[in-house]
Design a protein around this ligand. Structure first.
Ligand SMILES: C[S@@+](CC[C@H](N)C(=O)[O-])C[C@H]1O[C@@H](n2cnc3c(N)ncnc32)[C@H](O)[C@@H]1O
Length: 445
């Protein structure tokens, strides 16, 4: 065995200092990021590193004179971009006026795109599917304008639904593999391929089939808190839970209460009564123990085992049927067998003026993240019985609820929503500044 010292000596190294010094210089000179010296060296700065020599060089009069042409060229580029941007805005404005005129003449004559544009012009929020459609039209419009940069004639963008379908068919489709889990992987390791379209929950082949998850959560109940604690802490979910719980008011129903993870954030001052419901008996038991420990004096609390899909039957109908001022659910929709039915039931149990408060996870506002959610959908279902790639906005739309407040965090995957029945008026405190200023939005005249 040759010792360290002899090995270093074989390489011509006589002391440890020599190992560091020459190597550092070598890596500095050969580094990928090496900055070359400025074209004209000033002796005064020669001892400085190259980047500082550049700074001194660019500060000198001679360099600044040379740079004038670059400034002028840069200004020219900005002017051209500004021209095209303003031209686009001009045509957009012109089209808005055309749409308004068309609507006043014959409301039925509007195309799908024009209808969406009109909604936006009037300050109305688009529903989930409409928003996705409008995003596709906007992509199409960008392409239309890119291709017509040199045109000077009328640049009105008025596609029909068929135009959109034809445009969509021409777009490259993402072909992706499913995350290999258990039996999804074939013997030679090849996994099934699926085309990701992601237009809606029903059309997205990567969304797993829903099923009854009661048994899964019964088995998971004991370990649940320990397993999700670190994940929730890492993304500061406590803050989001606190914010969600601050909406509770009057008689409250918590659907899919799980292990009562929201109890720590409950403020019972505004709460008259609270009912906890979950399909897993074990989960309800843990919630009951937690609640009794935290609020031993609060008497108006009930704990029920049952499915959100059966809520209406559980609450009873007629004069003795139970109704609520606030129904809250956190991270439950993803594990329901029929989330739309669950939401419809919640809507049915709301008192006039009541609100459904949701904190859920689902599709993101970023395509890149949605692709990941789709890719791991199988795995997520196996480990958490959870369909994390659902479009929550679409479920709300399908259940016939209106959204009065929406906040998306964690790249849009965490949805914080307050919903109401469509016939209920929006409260003054729920209106945005612009809604308060303009009423329902700018009028068409
Ligand atoms: C992911 S956990 C969320 C628990 C809790 N809400 C939280 O924020 O931690 C989902 C819960 O939904 C419950 N659940 C699943 N399907 C249900 C259904 N159809 N009706 C009621 N609860 C259901 C499960 O038993 C489980 O406790």
């Amino acid at each position: 065995m040759i010792g360290l010292k002899s090995r270093l000596q074989l390489r011509g190294v006589t002391s440890v200092r020599n190992i560091i010094k020459p190597n550092t210089n070598f890596s500095r000179n050969k580094s990928f990021f090496t900055i070359p010296p400025p074209p004209k060296k000033n002796k005064r700065y020669e001892h400085l590193p190259n980047w500082r020599q550049w700074a001194a060089y660019l500060g000198e009069n001679e360099a600044q004179k040379k740079a004038t042409k670059y400034y002028v060229a840069g200004f020219g580029v900005v002017c051209v971009c500004f021209y095209y941007y303003m031209r686009d805005k001009f045509y957009e404005d012109q089209q808005s006026n055309l749409i308004k005129a068309k609507f006043l003449k014959d409301p039925d004559s509007l195309t799908e795109y024009e209808h969406l544009r009109l909604k936006l012009i009037c300050g109305e929020a688009l529903k989930s599917r409409e928003e996705k459609l409008f995003r596709m039209y906007s992509e199409m419009r960008k392409e239309f304008f890119r291709k017509s940069l040199a045109r000077r004639d009328d640049l009105t963008f008025s596609p029909t639904e068929e135009d959109l379908a034809a445009w969509y068919d021409k777009q490259p489709k993402r072909v992706m593999k499913k995350a290999p889990v258990g039996d999804a992987t074939t013997e030679n390791g090849v996994v099934e391929e699926k085309v990701s379209r992601g237009i809606s929950n029903k059309e997205n082949p990567n969304i797993m089939e829903a099923h009854d998850t009661t048994e899964f959560f019964d088995e998971k109940a004991e370990a649940y808190d320990a397993e999700v604690n670190w994940e929730e802490r890492a993304v500061l979910m406590g803050m989001r839970r606190r914010e969600t719980m601050s909406w509770l008011d009057g008689d409250v129903l918590e659907v899919s209460c799980g292990t009562g993870r929201n109890i720590d954030y409950l403020n019972l001052e505004k709460v008259d009564s609270i009912t906890f419901l979950d399909s897993s008996e074990k989960m309800v038991e843990i919630t009951r123990d937690k609640f009794k420990e935290k609020h031993p004096k609060f008497r108006k609390a009930a704990f029920t085992v049952g499915k959100a899909e059966d809520l209406v039957e559980l609450a009873g109908s007629g004069p003795n049927g139970v109704k609520y001022d606030t129904i809250v659910e956190t991270f439950g929709l993803c594990s329901h067998e029929d989330p739309v039915k669950a939401l419809e039931n919640m809507k049915h149990l709301l008192r006039p003026g009541g609100r459904i408060v949701l904190l859920e996870h689902g599709r993101s506002t970023w395509d890149m993240i949605n692709n990941h959610l789709d890719f791991r959908a199988d795995k997520r279902m196996k480990t958490w019985a959870c369909r994390w790639n659902l479009d929550i906005g679409e479920l709300i739309e399908d259940a016939g609820l209106d959204i009065t407040y929406e906040k998306r965090v964690h790249f849009g995957t965490t949805w914080m929503l307050v919903c109401k029945k469509p016939e209920d008026p929006i409260r003054m405190d729920e209106k945005t500044f612009l809604q308060k200023l303009f009423g329902r939005g700018p009028r068409i005249e």
